[in-house]
Design a protein around this ligand. Structure first.
Ligand code: F6P
Length: 521
């Protein structure tokens, strides 16, 4: 083992001290003052060369502030961090989630020949979803939060064109009672099925919503039958049964599937009810394609690895703290929110897997909205603000509708935004009208949004996140940062409901706010 890159629990301990990192730092200095206009002028084929492709997807990264040499140096960094070895560990089901001592084996869910328990659960889901689609239910409401909501909610919106139009599939997540009211508005309790999705079956938001849903059903038809209106997806089946859900409607997930990586598991049951088992299987096929591509393609041709390495370049060597994910697809409107959990819950760490402080910047802020709406909201800042925000544009050549003129206009806008960010405009004289350009973006272009390409897009981002975490030496599969807030909220909730005394050691701000809230109720 080399002294400057001790491998602790399989994670690179100090990538910043490696010669590969230092070479990138020096290379970045050498790019000072270089404009994207210069890079394109120097090489008329740049736009055709700095691209990678797989199965109809094109990743055009030519409008980033980098050169061929940058890519070579980033590839060397990936090798130094033992990315290939880490991928094999993850794919091999090794306990890569070191703080919880378990695998993060979501790739096993989408193998053509998955482990028998995965296959069996898929078959049960398919049967259940087919039954749901036979017409007994008017609506399916998924109750879950975080990874038990964002993935299936995003995918159900994304695949609306492939869904059963007779079945209304909705997603209830927020503990705010307004959400329950909104989501159940207009639904007939007698024809509504709730799917409670919670890996732990202890998440307070989900259980509160599930209890309210149960009371809502019981009000309409009595408590005895209410259990028949519920299914559950959980790694804690006893708790689901205690809640009164019939065991044949309880679907398994496993502790080796992380919440934000769980779309391919039974967490996708409501999605499967919406689009059917075949489309769901197509999505798994798309995921598997990218899994294999990530595992086998050389880094310089590897879409997820390149996306991750460019993320490292922008975050660590240019120092840009955020990036925007801008799908030019209304169907992908929830995609940025999905990416926020996937990326920020995975990469928002300041301690490395070996327990030492991170000595490089780690996860950036991910944010975004669908185009073209964002153009009339925050693109002003992207074009003329004092901070640089690298953009990942996502678009498709063919729409899922027949309004082709709209689609041409939509895609013209995507291309124009990337063009103007990169190249700006000639000096307009008036300083307010200046577009300096030199603002980086990547274009991820697919043929059409389908179950398969959606699966590919999801896996592309999962493995981008993995690539970055491997370089930083952090564990992308835990989320201890959300725990303290949960504990404090439980204690405060007990006080608000009068079942606990005030905590005498609490800070004066929180305590006086609690008092003010209590006195106005
Ligand atoms: O937000 C924290 C978190 O633990 C997420 O990681 C997870 O996806 C979500 O809560 C929901 O957890 P569960 O599926 O156990 O209800």
């Amino acid at each position: 083992m080399s002294r400057d890159l001790a491998v602790v629990h399989g994670y690179a301990a100090s990538v910043r001290d490696t010669v590969e990192w230092q070479a990138l730092s020096a290379h970045r200095e050498a790019l000072n003052g270089v404009h994207l206009r210069d890079l394109f002028d120097r090489d008329s084929n740049r736009g055709e060369q700095l691209v990678a492709e797989t199965d109809g997807w094109l990743l055009d990264y030519s409008k980033n502030l980098l050169t061929d040499e940058t890519v070579e140096l980033l590839v060397a960094l990936a090798d130094r961090a033992e990315l290939r070895h880490r991928i094999e560990a993850m794919f091999g089901g090794e306990p890569v989630n070191t703080t919880e001592n378990r695998p993060a084996w979501h790739v096993a869910l989408r193998q053509p020949n998955p482990p028998p328990e995965v296959r069996a659960e898929f078959d049960r889901m398919a049967e259940f979803a087919a039954e749901v689609r036979r017409g007994r239910w008017q609506a399916v409401v998924n109750i879950g939060i975080g990874g038990s909501d964002l993935g299936p909610a995003m995918a159900t919106a994304a695949l609306a064109a492939y869904a059963d139009t007779e079945l209304d599939v909705r997603f209830l997540s927020n503990v705010d009672g307004t959400h329950f009211r909104e989501i159940t508005r207009g639904l007939d309790p007698l024809r509504t099925l709730f799917i409670v999705v919670s890996k732990t079956f202890t998440t307070t938001e989900t259980l509160s919503n599930a209890r309210t849903a149960r009371a809502w059903i019981a009000d309409a038809m009595g408590d005895e039958q209410a259990g028949n209106h519920f299914a559950a997806v959980t790694a804690n089946p006893d708790k689901a049964k205690d809640f009164g859900i019939n065991s044949e409607a309880v679907f398994a997930m496993w502790d080796w599937v992380g919440g934000r990586y769980s779309l391919a598991s039974a967490v996708g049951l409501s999605l499967m009810a919406a689009v059917g088992p075949e489309a769901f299987a197509d999505m798994l096929g798309g995921m598997h394609h990218i899994d294999e591509h990530f595992r086998t393609a050389p880094w310089a041709e590897n879409l997820p690895a390149l996306l991750g390495l460019i993320g490292i370049w922008n975050r660590n060597f240019w120092g840009w703290p955020t990036y925007a994910v801008l799908p030019y697809s209304q169907e992908l409107a929830p995609f940025p929110a999905y990416i926020q959990q996937l990326d920020m819950e995975s990469s928002g760490k300041s301690v490395r897997a070996d327990g030492t402080p991170a000595n490089t910047a780690t996860g950036p802020v991910a944010w975004g909205q669908p185009g073209t709406n964002g153009q009339h909201a925050f693109h002003q800042m992207l074009h003329q603000g004092t901070d640089i925000v690298p953009v990942e544009f996502i678009g498709f050549c063919c729409p899922n509708h027949e309004l082709t003129e709209h689609h041409d206009l939509l895609m013209a806008n995507l291309l124009a935004q990337a063009e103007s960010l990169a190249f700006g405009a000639p000096d307009a004289g008036d300083p307010h009208r200046q577009f300096s350009g030199n603002r980086p973006s990547t274009i991820i272009l697919g043929d059409r949004l389908t179950p398969r390409t959606l699966g590919q897009l999801v896996a592309l981002y999962e493995h981008k996140v993995f690539t970055q975490a491997t370089i930083w030496g952090i564990n992308p599969f835990d989320q201890w940062g959300v725990e303290l807030g949960k504990t404090l909220a439980t204690a405060i909730a007990a006080e608000l409901s009068g079942t606990a005394e005030p905590n005498p050691t609490r800070d004066s701000s929180t305590q006086s706010l609690i008092n003010r809230y209590a006195s106005s109720r």
